[in-house]
Ligand binder design. Structure first.
Ligand code: CMC
Length: 377
């Protein structure tokens, strides 16, 4: 049956899912029916990961077992560390993450994706090891040894410790945990779609997640957070925001961290992140980038009046990560550390009712062309 062609598959359902839902008109995002604001205030990243993966909030014993399993699987094999050491210092950390995650799959059995037990352990390993890989590459490229994970620290604290070598500040690690909740899942976006397309071939979960990481890297998706901070640094101070934004819009360029395919109001994650910025900067000292960001939002809303283009999740997250000592090119890998929970939840769903993705195309080329021998061309 012929269908209308929808560039970017805009508005075309690609799967049925019960993992999360967005109401783009009202600015609502729920994971398994629970609003992200409530999860950020009351839950933790690991509990939210369980919720996404298994459909409900864990019991105390489920949660304790999952947290223990993740904590015990944080270490990465020395050969993965050696692999990361061989990567160029100037490379992008998302490429290092993608390469290391693809290589992880070579070390672990579990290619039989019909085995639910194996799938559980693959999910645990991926959630546990991504932060270790991100921190290892960030340290190794600047000439520091990588630090083994500390079992006495929680998920976010341990990541900040492995990255900076410092005992993490409690406010910052709780803020990072909330950021990870906000980045953990977002319906059928480009990286989730890339992952379930790979999953539909019954490829192993390391390959599925490596596919998703590749799609997340681009500046129209997760890569925007890195560009936002660069833009705010270029603007420098709030007084420069108006000419900068006006000039960019006059050149028909896009403001990074603004706009969304689904949201026609401010992204609810941006609202929560802005609240976190206010809390963190009150307690830990102001960030000049934040003052600039608030002014950019104000000016953009004025200049884009009439267009439904508002801050998205990437607008305020980088400012917080910057305050935590995370380098700008590691912002998207941190996004991936969280989003892996959502990718894996969709992987589980895909396996339950798998059908190979094999869409159609509208052929616009020629037919029946004669082959002309090389000597006659
Ligand atoms: N700045 C200025 N104009 C914009 C922006 C923006 N950030 N986003 C969209 N527009 C305009 C665009 O120029 C176009 O205008 P016109 O109709 O006059 O030509 C109209 O809005 C529609 O834009 P589009 O790019 O066709 O719409 P889309 O649904 O494909 O866009 C988007 C979604 C996220 C790709 C886009 O808003 C964008 O490129 N934003 C900047 C990059 C960014 O922040 N990405 C992160 C997305 S959220 C997190 C994630 O998914 O990882």
């Amino acid at each position: 049956m012929p269908h209308d062609f929808m560039p970017g598959l805009a508005g075309v359902p690609a799967a049925k899912s019960a993992v999360s839902d967005v109401d783009g008109g009202r600015g609502v995002l729920e994971y398994r029916g629970i609003g992200i604001e409530e999860l950020c205030a009351k839950s933790s990243f690991l509990e939210t990961a369980w919720l996404l993966l298994f459909g409900g909030l864990p019991t105390r014993s489920d949660f304790d077992r999952f947290a223990r399993d993740v904590t015990r699987h944080r270490r990465i094999k020395y050969r993965i560390v050696e692999l990361i050491k061989c990567l160029p210092d100037q490379g992008h950390p998302m490429d290092a993450l993608q390469a290391a995650v693809a290589a992880l799959g070579m070390f672990y059995p579990g290619r039989n994706v019909a085995d639910a037990d194996n799938n559980y352990w693959s999910a645990v390993r991926l959630i546990a090891k991504l932060p270790t890989i991100v921190a290892a590459y960030a340290r190794l490229r600047r000439g520091d040894d990588c630090l083994p994970p500390r079992d006495d620290l929680g998920f976010a604290d341990n990541f900040l410790y492995m990255l900076t070598g410092q005992a993490p500040d409690d406010v910052l690690s709780r803020t990072l945990d909330a950021c990870l909740i906000l980045h953990a899942e977002h319906t059928m976006n480009a990286s989730t779609f890339a992952g379930i397309v790979t999953a539909s071939t019954l490829a192993d979960p390391y390959t599925v997640v490596a596919s998703s990481i590749g799609a997340l890297k681009g500046p129209l998706h997760g890569g925007a957070n890195e560009e936002v901070v660069q833009m705010l640094r270029d603007i420098g101070e709030p007084g420069n925001a108006r000419p900068y934004v006006a000039g960019l819009l006059a050149e028909k360029r896009k403001l990074m961290g603004f706009g969304h395919r689904v949201y026609k109001v401010k992204d609810p994650r941006a609202t929560v992140l802005q609240g976190l910025c206010e809390q963190v900067f009150r307690k830990c000292g102001a960030s000049p980038l934040y003052e600039v960001a608030v002014e950019v939002e104000r000016i953009s809303t004025e200049l884009l009046a009439g267009k439904p283009i508002y801050p998205n999740v990437d607008f305020y997250s980088g400012i917080l990560y910057d305050k935590m000592g995370i380098e700008a090119d590691c912002f998207t890998p941190v996004f991936a550390m969280a989003r892996v929970a959502g990718w894996l939840a969709h992987w589980f769903e895909q396996l339950r009712e798998n059908k190979l993705y094999r869409p159609d195309q509208i052929y616009e080329g020629e037919h029946n062309r004669p082959y002309v021998p090389l000597s006659q061309r």
